[in-house]
Design a protein around this ligand. Structure first.
Ligand SMILES: CCCCCCC/C=C/C(=O)SCCNC(=O)CCNC(=O)[C@H](O)C(C)(C)COP(=O)(O)OP(=O)(O)OC[C@H]1O[C@@H](n2cnc3c(N)ncnc32)[C@H](O)[C@@H]1OP(=O)(O)O
Ligand SMILES: Cc1cc2nc3c(=O)[nH]c(=O)nc-3n(C[C@H](O)[C@H](O)[C@H](O)COP(=O)(O)OP(=O)(O)OC[C@H]3O[C@@H](n4cnc5c(N)ncnc54)[C@H](O)[C@@H]3O)c2cc1C
Length: 561
């Protein structure tokens, strides 16, 4: 309905507007939606939109911003109490938006009810200046993503009406009484949606990079394959094929996974909207794991494609540097990848224990039942034998590997707990196995979905070509993880012991490189560790904050009346 046209930005900020609207649809009550989307609510507001997910970083459950309900005025009072509670990163916040959907700890009648979402006006609709109590600006130059004005936001006693709390699931009554949501995980809903979307982004970024690199490799002639013959296309070199073709196979695989993830998201959220939350844990685990798995692979793959183009890959006009700097933050935002893999592991360990107790599992983890039934001896002791020409056999091998690594992770946890240390320390001491188990689970899901897609293809020629890609993807994955198809536990235990040994000396080891702050030029790597304050001062010096950036935001309100 609205088009934001920003002078000076290379791409419309619809992506963030989309997230804003998705969060509204996810978290606002039906009556609130009616309010928000009527002229009375001044549709232009949405035109300047806001950024969603104003968490700050990973540990959103403990974010410090508070929203305290004042029953005498029926308002919430929002505060960022410390320098580390300043909201950092939300896209569109630095210069553009007039409103933000802010996640804050809800306090009412003296009790904290955890994270809830609030719509907060941050800039005046007429002057576009920050409103009283609001300190907002751009966080400064970044590695890429320059078309987005990621910003910082500090709120000091900012008052908003009670109706600005998004109340689809939880409510605060005018007298301050709190009505709790059917599930406290629903606040996290939008993140699942974007993570599911990012899986498709991985496919797009990787397929674009493969297109550039493979086409160029057919044009580029270089060196001499046989003495006296003309220079061959570099695509004829086996080494070049080994770089690019597995990535081409992965691009196809992720395209199918992206479609599956989108369909699964919409199917399960349909159930959730009917009040059935039973599949939310699997949806979260799948979106978190596949987002991490596909972005890590695609991120590395884009760089392989760039380097496969030689010097010209380093030119901006190759398109590859821009694809890389725009794509690489997907490994961090919407849930840092390692943290996401640990979330998936949390779900897998829970399912493993249920399978051990004889519970019937469904969905992508049903193999854990299968492996329990197959043979009584530990999964991890079974050899993995594959028929290298049969995709079904390779799917079985990936399934067995995933079952093995989930069992290894669960047993590592169990072993730690038997040393009577806390659940949290046991979890931390098993993180390597937990991440590896999630990676193996996601890898199995990708191979399985590739095979499932093939079974839908009736055209023999298309089936034959895609089958070749599927075999290459699966076999290449085995070579990259051959250790997982062999016993590696002793090596892992030794690595973990080494990590513990290095930990107390890690900072001293980097200090001994003896770089001074000027040479490092990094607020994160400062010798004095004074990160947050210096990052805030650095951001305030950003060019976007220095002068009145005369970016005229021209709104085409398609519906003026
Ligand atoms: C292509 C589009 C690009 C657009 C541009 C992108 C711009 C970027 C935007 C952003 O980056 S927005 C900010 C994103 N921030 C995050 O993703 C924060 C990441 N952190 C978290 O999600 C959480 O802190 C955590 C890591 C999940 C941990 O949360 P918490 O401490 O509450 O969890 P646990 O104690 O581990 O588990 C609690 C319980 O809740 C379940 N759960 C957690 N998250 C979800 C979820 N999203 N959906 C459903 N359920 C969730 C979790 O499984 C646990 O369940 P049980 O095991 O206890 O049953
Ligand atoms: C380009 C870009 C755009 C962004 N846009 C937005 C936005 O629009 N809105 C928004 O709210 N945010 C946004 N963000 C912020 C983003 O959501 C966070 O950076 C991301 O969630 C990671 O959190 P963090 O920065 O706190 O990293 P940290 O969690 O501090 O990660 C640092 C390291 O600590 C490790 N670590 C952290 N916790 C654990 C754990 N429990 N176990 C093991 N290791 C752990 C991580 O694996 C990582 O290696 C954006 C970030 C970027 C880069």
């Amino acid at each position: 309905q609205l088009k934001c046209v920003h002078r000076g930005f290379s791409e419309p900020l619809d992506l963030h507007l989309g997230m804003f609207l998705t969060t509204l649809l996810n978290q606002a009550s039906p009556t609130q939606l009616d309010t928000f989307f009527t002229p009375a609510w001044n549709l232009e507001i949405v035109g300047t939109y806001a950024q969603t997910e104003l968490g700050h970083g990973t540990h959103i459950r403990k974010l410090e911003t508070t929203a305290t309900y004042d029953p005498s005025t029926q308002e919430f009072v929002l505060n960022c109490p410390t320098v580390s509670s300043i909201k950092w990163w939300p896209g569109g916040l630095g210069k553009t938006s007039n409103h933000a959907i802010v996640l804050a700890q809800l306090y009412t009648l003296g009790k904290c009810h955890g994270l809830h979402a609030f719509i907060v006006p941050i800039r005046c609709m007429k002057t576009h200046q920050p409103l009283p109590g609001v300190t907002v600006g751009d966080i400064g130059p970044k590695f890429g993503f320059e078309e987005v004005d990621n910003g910082y936001l500090k709120l000091e006693n900012v008052r908003i009406p009670r109706e600005n709390m998004l109340m689809k699931y939880a409510q605060v009554e005018p007298d301050g009484s709190y009505l709790k949501p059917p599930s406290d995980k629903l606040t996290y809903g939008t993140m699942v949606f974007i993570r599911a979307m990012i899986v498709g982004e991985s496919a797009r970024a990787l397929s674009k990079s493969c297109t550039i690199a493979i086409r160029y490799s057919a044009v580029r002639h270089q060196s001499e394959l046989r003495p006296g013959e003309p220079e061959p296309q570099i695509l004829d070199y086996q080494a070049q094929q080994y770089k690019l073709f597995p990535l081409l196979a992965a691009a196809y695989a992720f395209t199918f996974v992206g479609q599956y993830m989108s369909d699964t998201y919409h199917r399960i959220t349909g159930h959730i909207n009917q009040g059935d939350f039973s599949q939310l844990p699997e949806l979260h685990a799948l979106a978190a794991g596949l987002k991490a798995f596909t972005t890590w692979t695609a991120n590395a793959g884009i760089e392989v494609c760039r380097m496969a183009c030689g010097g010209h890959g380093y030119l901006c006009c190759s398109g590859l540097p821009d694809i890389y700097v725009t794509f690489t933050p997907t490994c961090t935002y919407e849930g840092e990848n390692t943290v996401m893999m640990l979330q998936t592991a949390r779900f897998l360990v829970k399912c493993y224990r249920q399978a051990r107790e004889g519970q019937q599992l469904s969905g992508t983890v049903s193999y854990l039942n299968e492996q329990q039934r197959l043979q009584p001896q530990p999964v991890s002791s079974r050899p993995t034998v594959v028929n290298i020409n049969d995709l079904a056999s390779l799917v079985e091998a990936y399934k067995l590997r995933a079952a093995k690594l989930v069992e290894v992770a669960a047993k590592s946890l169990q072993g730690e707990l038997q040393r009577s240390i806390s659940q949290e320390d046991a979890w931390n001491n098993s993180s390597i196995e937990l991440v590896r188990a999630s990676d193996a689970h996601c890898h199995y899901v990708v191979v399985e979905l590739f095979a499932a897609k093939l079974s839908e293809i009736s055209d023999t020629a298309v089936h034959s070509v895609l089958n070749t890609l599927a075999l290459l993807y699966a076999l290449h994955g085995i070579t990259l993880n051959s250790g997982d198809f062999l016993q590696l536990s002793q090596i892992t235990q030794r690595i973990k012991a080494l990590l513990v040994e290095i930990r107390p000396n890690a900072v001293a080891l980097v200090d001994s490189f003896d770089y001074n702050d000027e040479m490092l030029n990094s607020v994160l790597g400062r010798y004095d560790g004074n990160v947050y304050e210096s990052m805030f001062e650095w951001a305030k010096r950003s060019p976007l904050n220095r002068t009145e950036v005369r970016s005229f935001i021209i709104f085409n309100i398609i519906q003026k009346k």
